[in-house]
Design a protein around this ligand. Structure first.
Ligand code: 26Y
Length: 821
C-alpha cells in the first residue's frame, strides 16, 4: 500500500498507440514520417517495457520485504534470443500491438526483424540458463540471474568458399532498449597484488589481500518477465569499467595516453564472449572474467539485497548460488574470503556457511572439457584465493586420508590441485568439495558422473550427487516459435499447457483422430513455408517445402558427429549417381545443417567446409538434387531456431553414446512434433522412454558397448574394410569429388576417420544407414508419421524447464515461490 508504484499504460489499442508515439517522439526524438525501422523498433520495445515496469518494481519490493530464500543463478553465458516477442506474449499484448501498429501504418513483423538478439552464450549451456530464468520467473520463484554483459557476443558466422569466417557481433550498436544501467551501484573488484599476514585485535593470525589493481563492475539490469503471473525477475549483467581513482592518479602524472590505456585494459574484461565451448583455453582474461562477475555478484547480493546488519552466519537461509558449470566456481573461495577476511568469521564457520550456499551443475563428460587453472596464474591473479584453495584442499585431503586409512593413491587422485602436466586447480573438484550438491543434466549423464568422471567423490559424498534432467521453456519454443501448433493445442485442450506442460498428455487420444492429424500436418506445412521464406530472404537459399525436412543444428563438435550425417548424404549421392538407387525410389529430403565452430578448432572448421562442399555438389547434380538437397544457413542462432525447429520433420541427435551430457535441441524438436533419429545418449534416452520406441529411430552403440570397444582398442579400419558402402563414401571425399578434384583439401578429415576416429563414426555408420532406411519407410506413410509426431508432442511435456526448476527447488535449492498477491 505504501509503495508508490507508477501505473502501467492502458491495456488497449489506444493506450498502446499513445505510449508508442510518446516513445517515438520523446525518446527517439523523431516523427513517424521520418523514423527508421530501428527508431520504431526501439520505441516499440520501450513501450512494451513500460507495461512490465510496475510488475518489475512490485516483484523487487516484495522480495525485499518478504526476505525469502532466493536463487542466484551464476552463469558466464545467457543465450537469450530476441526479447520483444517474449515480452509481448508475457504481457498478452501481441494482438493489441499488432493492431496499434497497423493503425499507424506499421507492421509488427517488420519491427520484430530489427531486433538483434543478445548472443551472450555459445550454445546449450547458455540457452539453458535463459530457459531456467524464464521458468523461475513464470513460477514466481525469487531468483536473480548473474552474468557478464559482453560488449561482443558470439561471433557472426559467414562462409567464404564454404569456410567459416568470424565477424564481431556488435549487438549494442543500434541501442539496447531492454537494459537499465546502474553506474551508481558500481562494485569494486580487486586483482593481483599479494597477501600479508597480520595479527588481529583478538591476537588471531590472519591473512589479508592487498590487490595490485582494481576494476569496477557496473550492473545492467534486464527484466525477466514471468508468463502472465504479475512477476518480473531480474537478470543482472556486469560490465567492467576502469576505477576513477586509478585514472586520476595517472592523470596527475600527466600521462593521458597511459590513463586511456589502463581504461581499455580494465574494460577488456567484459569486452567479448569466449567462443570456445568444451575445450577450455587457460587464458588469463577468461579467469579475469570469471572472477569479475562472480565477485561483483556475491558483493551485490550481500551488500544490496540483504538488509543491513544481516547475520551472515544465516546466509544459507537466504541464498543458494547455483554454479552453471565450473565457470563461476571461483565464487567458493571468494565467499570464504569475504566471510573470513572482511567479516571476521572463524574459518570453520565460514566453511560451514559456504558449503551450504553453493551447488554445482556439471554439463560435460569429456575430460578435456573440465576446467583447470594453473597455480602460477591463479597465484598471480588471485593470490588470496589460491591460499584459501590450498587450505580447503589440505583439510579435505586430511579427511580423505583418515576415511581411507591413508590411501595415498586415492588422496592424490582426489586432490583439488593436480600435479601434472603442471600444478593446477581442478575447478570441478573444488565445486564438488565446496558445494552442497552436484548434479548432472540427464539421467545417463548423472550416472556416468557418479560412475566415472567424479567416481571417487561420489563414494566420498554420496548424498551430494543428484540428477536434474534439462528442460526448455515452452513459452519461447512452442508458444512463440510455433503459433500454429500452439493454436491447435489450445483449441483441443485449453491453454493451461503453456505453464503446465504435462497437460500435453491430453493430446494423446487425438493422435488417433484423422482430422486432428490432418490439421497437424497443415500446421507443419505452414511452418515449412515460413522457413522457406526465411531462408530465401536471409540466405538466398531455396528449399522445397514438399520434402522431408531433416535437421541437424548444434555447435560443430566431433563428438556430436555432423560427419556421420554427412556420410549418409554422401552415401545417398553415391548410390544415385552410380545407378544403384533409382531417383524414383528415394524419399525426397532437405538436409539442413546449422553450426558454429570454435574459431581455433581446426577439425571442426574443416568439417564445416566439407559440409558446404558436399552441399554444393549435391545441390547442383541434375538427378540427385531432385531428391536430396543440403542447406547450411550461416550464423545459426536462437532466432533461426525459432523458425527452423517448428518446421522440422526429423531431428538428428546422433552423438556417440556417453558423450553428449543432455542436449536440449532434442527436446525442442520433439515438442514441435519432429521425430528423432538418435543414439542412446544424454536426454535422448529419456525422450525415447517417454515417446516410445515406435516413435523414435534408435541406432548405434550403447555407452557400455562404446566403452568396451575403446577399452580393447578401437580400430576404425576394421569397419572400413568390411563395409563397401562406407569405403565408397570415404573414397568420394578422399579423391576430391567434393573439392574440385583436389585430394588434399579434405585429406585430414578422412585420415582422422581412418586413423583415430575418436568418436566412432565408422562403428555407427551402418547402423545409422539402417535407421535412415526405417525413417524413409515411415515417412512414406503420412498418417502413421503424423500419428507418431503428435505422440511426440503429447508425451514430451516432461521436458519443460518448469519441471527442471521444480526438481532443482526440491532436490537442491529448498526454496519456494513467492507469488504476486
Ligand atoms: C570452459 C569453457 C571453454 C566452456 C565454455 C562453454 C566450456 C563449456 C561450455 C559450454 C558447454 C555446453 O554448452 N554444454 C552443453 O550444456 C547443455 C546444457 O546442459 C547440454 O545439454 C549439452 O549436452 C552440453 O554439451
Amino acid at each position: 500500500e505504501n509503495t508508490p508504484l507508477i501505473s502501467s499504460p492502458e491495456h488497449s489499442v489506444e493506450g498502446f498507440v499513445r505510449e508508442f508515439m510518446r516513445e517515438l517522439n520523446f525518446s527517439q526524438g523523431t516523427v513517424l514520417e521520418r523514423s527508421t525501422v530501428n527508431d520504431e523498433y526501439l520505441a516499440l520495445a520501450r513501450t512494451v517495457r513500460h507495461y512490465l515496469m510496475a510488475q518489475w518494481m512490485e516483484t523487487t519490493v516484495d522480495h525485499y520485504r518478504a526476505q525469502p530464500k532466493a536463487v542466484a543463478y551464476l552463469s558466464a553465458e545467457y543465450l537469450l534470443g530476441r526479447q520483444l516477442d517474449n515480452a509481448l506474449i508475457a504481457t498478452d499484448l501481441v494482438e493489441i500491438a499488432t493492431e496499434a501498429l497497423a493503425s499507424l501504418g506499421l507492421d509488427l513483423a517488420d519491427l520484430r526483424e530489427a531486433e538483434v538478439e543478445p548472443g551472450l552464450g555459445n550454445g546449450g549451456l547458455g540457452r539453458l540458463a535463459a530457459c531456467f530464468i524464464d521458468s523461475l520467473a513464470t513460477m514466481s520463484v525469487p531468483a536473480i540471474g548473474y552474468g557478464i554483459r559482453y560488449e561482443y557476443g558470439i561471433f557472426r558466422q559467414t562462409f567464404a568458399d564454404g569456410r567459416q569466417v568470424e565477424e564481431p557481433d556488435n549487438w549494442l550498436e543500434y541501442g539496447s532498449p531492454w537494459e537499465f544501467a546502474h553506474p551508481e551501484h558500481e562494485v569494486t573488484v580487486g586483482f593481483g597484488g599479494h597477501t600479508e599476514k597480520y595479527t588481529d585485535d583478538d591476537g588471531v593470525e590472519r591473512s589479508r589481500w592487498v590487490p595490485g589493481w582494481r576494476v569496477l563492475g557496473v550492473p545492467h539490469n534486464y527484466m525477466v518477465p514471468g508468463y502472465r503471473n504479475g512477476r518480473v525477475n531480474t537478470l543482472r549483467l556486469w560490465s567492467a569499467r576502469a576505477t576513477h581513482a586509478f585514472d586520476l592518479k595517472i592523470f596527475n602524472y600527466g600521462d593521458y595516453a597511459e590513463a586511456v590505456r589502463s581504461q581499455t585494459f580494465a574494460e577488456n574484461i567484459s569486452k567479448v564472449l569466449y567462443p570456445e565451448d568444451s575445450t577450455p583455453q587457460g587464458k588469463e582474461l577468461r579467469l579475469q572474467q570469471q572472477y569479475f562477475f562472480v565477485a561483483c555478484s556475491i558483493r551485490d547480493f550481500i551488500d544490496q539485497l540483504l538488509p543491513r546488519g544481516f547475520d551472515l552466519h544465516r546466509l544459507p537461509e537466504r541464498i543458494v548460488f547455483q554454479l552453471n558449470d565450473t565457470h563461476p566456481v571461483i565464487g567458493i573461495p571468494e565467499l570464504m574470503r569475504v566471510l573470513v577476511d572482511e567479516h571476521g568469521f572463524e574459518w570453520d564457520d565460514a566453511w560451514d556457511v559456504t558449503r551450504r550456499c553453493f551447488a554445482y551443475t556439471c554439463h560435460t563428460l569429456l575430460p578435456e572439457a573440465l576446467e583447470v587453472w594453473p597455480v602460477e596464474l591463479m597465484g598471480r591473479l588471485l593470490p588470496r584465493h589460491l591460499e584459501i584453495i590450498y587450505r580447503i584442499n589440505d583439510e579435505f585431503l586430511a579427511d580423505v586420508r583418515e576415511r581411507s586409512g591413508g590411501d595415498e593413491l586415492l588422496v592424490r587422485r582426489m586432490s583439488i590441485i593436480a600435479e601434472h602436466p603442471e600444478r593446477a586447480v581442478r575447478m570441478a573438484y573444488l565445486a564438488t568439495v565446496g558445494g552442497a550438491r552436484v548434479n548432472g543434466v540427464a539421467e545417463l549423464h548423472s550416472q556416468l558422473l557418479r560412475d566415472k568422471v567424479l567416481a571417487d567423490f561420489a563414494s566420498f559424498f554420496p548424498e551430494k550427487f543428484t540428477n536434474v534432467t534439462n528442460g526448455v521453456t515452452p513459452r519461447r519454443f512452442v508458444k512463440l516459435a510455433n503459433p500454429g501448433l500452439s493454436g491447435l493445442i489450445t483449441e483441443a485442450i485449453g491453454d493451461g499447457w503453456v505453464t503446465d506442460l504435462d497437460r500435453l498428455r491430453e493430446l494423446e487420444p487425438l493422435a488417433e483422430d484423422a482430422e486432428f492429424r490432418r490439421r497437424f500436418r497443415e500446421v507443419k506445412a505452414a511452418n515449412k513455408d515460413r522457413l522457406v521464406d526465411l531462408l530465401r530472404r536471409r540466405d538466398g537459399i531455396e528449399i522445397d517445402p514438399s520434402t522431408m525436412l531433416d535437421v541437424m543444428v548444434k555447435r560443430l563438435h566431433e563428438y556430436k558427429r555432423q560427419l556421420l550425417k554427412l556420410l549418409h548424404v554422401v552415401t545417398v549421392y553415391d548410390r544415385i549417381t552410380t545407378g544403384e538407387l533409382a531417383v524414383a525410389g528415394v524419399t525426397p529430403r532437405t538436409v539442413v545443417f546449422g553450426a558454429k565452430a570454435a574459431p581455433g578448432y581446426v577439425m571442426a572448421k574443416q568439417i564445416i567446409a566439407l559440409i558446404n562442399h558436399v552441399g554444393a555438389v549435391v545441390n547442383s547434380h541434375p538427378e540427385v538434387s531432385g531428391v536430396l538437397r543440403v542447406a547450411f544457413p550461416a550464423n545459426y542462432n536462437v532466432t533461426v531456431a525459432e523458425t527452423l525447429v517448428p518446421a522440422a520433420d526429423l531431428s538428428e541427435q546422433i552423438s556417440l553414446a556417453g558423450k553428449e551430457a543432455s542436449g536440449t535441441g532434442n527436446m525442442k524438436f520433439a515438442l514441435n512434433g519432429a521425430l528423432t533419429i538418435g543414439t542412446d545418449d544424454g536426454a535422448n534416452v529419456e525422450i525415447r522412454k517417454l515417446v516410445g520406441d515406435d516413435n523414435f529411430f534408435l541406432f548405434g552403440l550403447t555407452e557400455p558397448e562404446a566403452s568396451a570397444i575403446a577399452e580393447r582398442g578401437y580400430r576404425p579400419t576394421s569397419y572400413y574394410e568390411e563395409n563397401e558402402s562406407l569405403r565408397r563414401a570415404l573414397h568420394l571425399i578422399a579423391t576430391g569429388v567434393f573439392s574440385h578434384g583436389d585430394r588434399s583439401t579434405f585429406e585430414p578429415v578422412v585420415s582422422n576417420l581412418l586413423g583415430e576416429d575418436r568418436f566412432m563414426v565408422l562403428a555407427d555408420y551402418q547402423s545409422y544407414l539402417d535407421a535412415q532406411e526405417r525413417v524413409d519407410a515411415a515417412y512414406a506413410d503420412p498418417e502413421a508419421w503424423s500419428r507418431s509426431a503428435v505422440l511426440n508432442v503429447a508425451r514430451s511435456g516432461f521436458f519443460s524447464s518448469d519441471r527442471s526448476m521444480r526438481d532443482y527447488l526440491e532436490r537442491i535449492w529448498h526454496a519456494e515461490p513467492l507469488p504476486s498477491s
